[in-house]
Design a protein around this ligand. Structure first.
Ligand code: NAD
Length: 713
């Protein structure tokens, strides 16, 4: 077998260059490949028998997935990063400089450096297969497209469309890329090569790629300097608002695009290289790359220790309870998992309402062009519902989402068990009841499990799978695999009150309540959290979740963990007064027409305080964030999550812990256990025992250990 990544055949003046990295599942641009492509392009340039080149992949589902992340992670200085990227730029530019047309024949993922290579080619043909996607995801890793992506994409598809992709790190399906002119021809996979070779031949004969017109609006906004100034101004404001100033990459990309358009491609490439060098070794990028690696390894984790059993196939799902959660779970299961989903409720009106809500998820995808109008009826046909038990005998997985009441759940579980076969996994979506208690009295407790979805189910990416004391590994791996199939990031958690997400949030929310009771303004509290990088502050979060839900959950946490998590009277008073948050139009804030208005001082008064106290942002910050860090440490100590990786990923995907800080456990590691304990000790002295540091933090403060370091040992 050859070690070469490139295979060359020449027929009738057209060189067919197949990229196929030996021993790798996907093509990526490594140091070795760069040298090989470089040498090959020079050879083709000098070969008089070659009139045009077709670049195609030998992998089944990828064109080129991007640059080699491992190579970029190993960089230790900005200068080294800059040098690496300049090499990449030189190589990519070569595709357009050999004096002969090069056609990229794209099937499968064409991302990052892969797309940048394709952009430098003369012409692009892509397959209309769902696996064919094109994008520049760099900013999601805290870096920018720096092999000419910030230069060539805006010139090819227009500034606005290019910024839309670059600044958000977007990946688009081939059909969309075609509509945007990123791709010149869209074809069925069976004729990709033929069409690419034909295009190469036409180009070699002097045919020119037709340019698409940009239209009047395009010219007004992009064809002149004033229009461009408006476009860049708007994009800059949007990026700053969205990133909260925490993510430097999008602004750097914007700068590289703007500079290149006004000063020319070489100057633009220079900007890309310098910015890449600075960002690649920066802390934000390092954190985002860690998260990327963590989610990648999580995707391969079966959820139980080796040897893990095979997950059972799920082709039929049943959801009991067609309410708010049940309907959404059914909708997402159909949309993402293409599984046959049947919902059951106690009366037909509720079933109909639930089916309508599930259908809205499909309609939303149709509206956003995620599916075609032909796919919609096919997906819709997978949804069904009723009040009976029809079809339950063949169900592979049942998810229960009835009222949060143990007696109701027990009754429903007994009914389910009487209907389903012995291979069926039976899951509960409970948010507060221990799975082990739900499984009590079950004939087969080994297949009873928790699948805790978050609301809104179609938007929230996390799923907690909870193994009860008797849950069997086959049930765990089946629930994990199914969760993943329907697009969720899945963590397996221990059956402890609050599981992971609500457990870690509990003291943070409670502390926000205490601050309100002391008279601190809700806006001030929220602002401190948002400045730290949370998408919303804890007070807004309570309003969104619902004050009644917060009240119920805090009672459970109080019972389990004692006074440390005692609920505040103010919350109970708000519930009595019907101030339930956004859903009732008033909570800590007021809402009108679905929009958040100013704070409602009447609510804060229910906490007794409202003294208008305004402690410094540092004081508020310490109390909120250290309470959360400490709880994460305690829960990890108790084995609620299996590793710091799982805990951090779940905090980021479950409640928006700032990704650029890496998650609560990573953040505590960065601060250092000694500093965390010192702060907690001070808080304990000032505010009481609830700030007693977790045993692991105390231990690590003495030994200099870290969560991640200890986990590896
Ligand atoms: P909901 O009140 O909207 O829906 C519950 C549905 O269950 C109702 O339609 C009801 O008619 C039905 N139901 C009750 N008893 C039934 C029975 N015996 N057979 C069939 N159907 C029955 O409640 P929800 O907000 O969807 O919550 C459902 C579950 O999900 C609860 O356990 C809750 O704790 C959990 N949960 C809720 C959220 C949330 O944000 N609402 C988040 C995570 C988990």
């Amino acid at each position: 077998m050859s070690d070469a990544a490139l295979r060359l055949t020449v027929a009738d003046g057209i060189a067919r260059l197949v990229l196929d990295l030996p021993g790798e599942p996907v093509n990526k641009i490594t140091r070795g490949v760069r040298g090989e492509i470089e040498a090959m392009l020079t050879r083709l340039q000098n070969d008089n028998a070659v009139r045009a080149v077709v670049l195609i992949s030998g992998k089944p589902d990828t064109f080129i997935a991007g640059a080699d992340i491992e190579e970029f992670v190993a960089l230790t200085s900005a200068a080294a990063a800059e040098a690496l990227v300049r090499d990449g730029q030189k190589l990519v530019s070569r595709f357009g400089e050999i004096g002969k047309p090069v056609v990229a024949a794209i099937h499968g993922a064409c991302l990052g450096g892969g797309l940048e290579s394709a952009l430098a080619c003369t012409y692009r043909v892509a397959t209309d297969h769902p696996k064919t996607t094109l994008g520049l995801p760099e900013v999601q890793l805290g870096i920018i497209p720096a092999a000419g992506g910030c230069q060539r994409l805006p010139r090819l598809i227009g500034v606005r469309a290019a910024l839309d992709i670059i600044l958000a790190g977007k990946t688009v399906p081939a059909s969309r890329a075609f509509r945007m002119s990123m791709v010149d021809e869209l074809v069925h996979p069976s004729i990709l090569e033929t069409v690419a070779v034909a295009a190469a031949r036409r180009l070699a004969d002097g045919w020119k790629r037709p340019r698409r017109r940009q239209g009047v609006m395009g010219w007004l906004l992009e064809g002149n300097p004033i229009g461009r100034w408006v476009v860049f101004g708007a994009a800059g404001r949007q990026v700053t608002a969205k990133s909260g100033g925490h993510y430097p990459a999008p602004l750097a990309a914007l700068d590289a695009v703007r500079h290149g358009l006004s000063q020319g491609i070489p100057a633009g490439l220079e900007r890309e290289a310098v910015a890449f060098g600075r960002l690649a070794v920066g802390d934000v990028s390092r954190k985002l790359v860690q998260i990327f690696f963590a989610t990648t390894s999580l995707k391969k984790d079966p959820g139980v220790p080796a040897p893990a059993p095979e997950p059972r196939a799920v082709s039929r799902l049943a959801v009991i309870g067609a309410g708010f959660m049940g309907a959404a779970i059914a909708g997402v299961a159909v949309a993402q998992g293409h599984v046959d989903a049947r919902v059951r409720d106690t009366d037909l009106a509720r079933v109909a309402k639930g089916l309508e809500a599930a259908r809205r998820i499909l309609q939303d995808r149709l509206k956003r062009r995620r599916i075609t109008k032909y796919e919609f009826p096919r997906e819709d046909g997978l949804l069904s519902g009723g009040t009976d038990w029809a079809g339950f005998g063949d169900t592979d997985l049942v998810i229960e989402a009835v009222f949060e009441d143990l007696a109701v759940k027990h009754k429903v579980f007994a009914e389910i068990e009487a209907q389903v076969g012995s291979e069926c996994v039976v899951a509960s979506n409970t948010s507060t009841i221990p799975i082990t208690r739900i499984a009590q009295g079950a004939k087969h407790p080994e297949r009873v499990i928790g699948m805790h979805f978050f609301s809104p189910v179609d938007r929230m990416p996390l799923l907690e799978v909870i193994a009860g004391e008797q849950t069997a590994p086959w049930a765990v791996v089946t629930a994990v695999a199914f969760g993943r199939r329907i697009g969720k990031t899945v963590i397996v958690v221990r059956d402890r009150p609050g599981f992971w997400v609500n457990r870690v949030l509990a003291p943070y929310i409670a502390e926000a309540g205490r601050l309100i009771a002391e008279g601190v303004s809700v806006e001030h509290i929220d602002k401190v959290a948002v400045r730290f990088g949370f998408p919303v502050g804890p007070v807004t979060l309570m309003d969104e979740v619902g004050i009644d839900v917060v009240h119920k959950a805090s009672a459970v946490m109080h019972q389990a963990f004692g006074d440390r998590l005692a609920p505040l009277d103010g919350i109970a008073r708000m519930v009595t007064e019907g101030r339930l948050g956004r859903k009732s139009g008033r909570g800590f804030y007021r809402y009108a027409d679905g929009k958040k208005q100013g704070p409602d001082p009447e609510s804060a008064k229910l906490f007794g305080g409202w003294l208008g106290a305004r402690p410094s942002a540092e004081v508020v910050f310490d109390r909120l964030v250290y309470a959360l860090l400490n709880e994460a440490a305690m829960a990890l100590d108790e084995g609620v999550v299996r590793s710091p990786r799982d805990g951090d990923i779940a905090a980021i995907f479950g409640f928006g812990f700032p990704p650029f800080r890496g998650g609560p456990l990573r953040y505590a590691d960065d601060l250092g256990a000694a500093r965390v304990v010192e702060t907690l000790d001070r808080l304990k002295q000032e505010h009481g025992n609830r700030f007693e540091a977790a045993p692991s933090l105390r231990r690590m403060a003495k030994t200099g250990g870290t969560f991640y370091g200890d986990a590896r040992r």
